[in-house]
Design a protein around this ligand. Structure first.
Ligand SMILES: O=C(O)CCC(=O)c1ccccc1C(=O)O
Ligand SMILES: [Mg+2]
Length: 323
């Protein structure tokens, strides 16, 4: 018999985690547990403030609706809200045994741009040295100098950069000017350098620095295409939709010769370990962008290997609904 439980969680964040315009004190979300025939599947539904189109309350309403239908024996269509579609599809996939257990726990360490800190992290990193750094928070010229310094100091380092659309075309040039042309191909990609897609394309062609689409992937007019200077698309499933929708995007990217990078929307360790499994399954050649657990003060139900954070268990959660 089908049984459903829905829980609500609120996990304290490290001080100083800022999303666009607001400080994130706690990460709030919902967990869905499905049981049927002695099998179990979990999913996490956690819209990210400032990034998700839906609020947590809207997601909760939509999830309750899906949960009631499923408990009544219906077959669910992908929910219209991305976070709900993702969480529900993960729970159904675990229940059906179609989400493989093997996980890719490599992560591109997320750096703030303090070179000393990055050196220490990278020395300790086994295998491929890929790090991710946010740019566009300070002066573009300073970003260019830091990137140049890092590439010069570590010949086996590859960098992923993320400007979150913060630069004008002129500012972006100010960045590129300081990055030695000989090292530009060690920038695996720079996510969304400019305010518009056309400016970002032009930047890539003019500078030889490859770019990746992130925000663009979630816009309605976006199509996955091979384009000069475009290396990858970033897929954040919580912001994007169901497992099937993510699989379609990954397949389109690979067919166009682009990398697809599975990336975090700051989910708890429950969804984060699922993302590591999705990455091992669907993008085995690509290091996923999942270095966000250390922004939190606690894990949830499932453990990320090597993390020393405490793990909250199911008894610590509020039950929202049971079938
Ligand atoms: O992509 C990664 O490596 C980490 C995740 C990340 O950067 C991110 C996490 C939440 C919201 C937005 C972003 C972003 O890519 O800007
Ligand atoms: Mg990004």
């Amino acid at each position: 018999m089908r049984q459903v439980s829905i829980y609500r969680y609120s996990l304290p964040m490290e001080a100083g985690v800022i999303l666009r315009n607001q400080r994130l004190k706690t990460r709030d979300g919902l967990l869905l547990r499905l049981n049927d025939d002695g099998r179990e599947g979990w999913g996490e539904i956690a819209p990210l403030p400032e990034f998700s189109p839906e609020t947590l309350d809207e997601a909760q309403q939509a999830l309750l609706d899906d949960a009631r239908r499923w408990a009544a024996g219906e077959t669910l269509q992908d929910n219209a809200l991305p976070s709900v579609a993702f969480g529900v599809s993960c729970a159904l996939a675990e229940l059906a045994g179609t989400l493989p257990e093997t996980a890719d726990y490599r992560k591109a360490p997320l750096c703030t741009g303090d070179p000393d800190e990055l050196f220490a992290v990278l020395q300790a990193l086994p295998g491929e040295k890929v790090a991710k750094m946010k740019v566009g928070l300070y002066e573009a010229v300073r970003d260019g100098m830091v990137v140049n310094l890092l590439l010069e100091a570590m010949p086996d380092l590859k960098l992923r950069l993320d400007a979150n659309r913060s630069w004008t075309r002129v500012k972006a040039d100010g960045f590129a000017k300081y990055v030695n042309a000989a090292w530009r191909d060690r920038i695996a990609f720079l996510e969304e350098p400019c305010k518009t897609r056309d400016e970002s394309r032009d930047f890539a062609r003019a500078t030889g620095i490859a770019i990746a689409w992130d925000e663009s992937v979630r816009e309605t007019d976006f199509r996955v295409e091979a384009e000069e200077g475009v290396a990858a698309i970033v897929i954040k499933p919580t912001l994007t939709g169901s497992l099937q929708r993510c699989r379609d995007l990954i397949e389109q990217a690979h067919r166009a010769g682009l990398d697809a990078v599975i990336s975090s929307s700051i989910e708890s360790s429950l969804a984060l370990t699922q993302l590591a499994r999705i990455a091992a399954w669907l993008t085995p050649q690509t290091v996923p962008g999942l270095d966000t657990l250390s922004l939190m003060q606690s894990q949830l139900l499932r453990r990320w290997p090597d993390s020393t954070l405490p793990v909250a268990d199911v008894d610590s959660l509020d039950v929202i609904w049971r079938s």
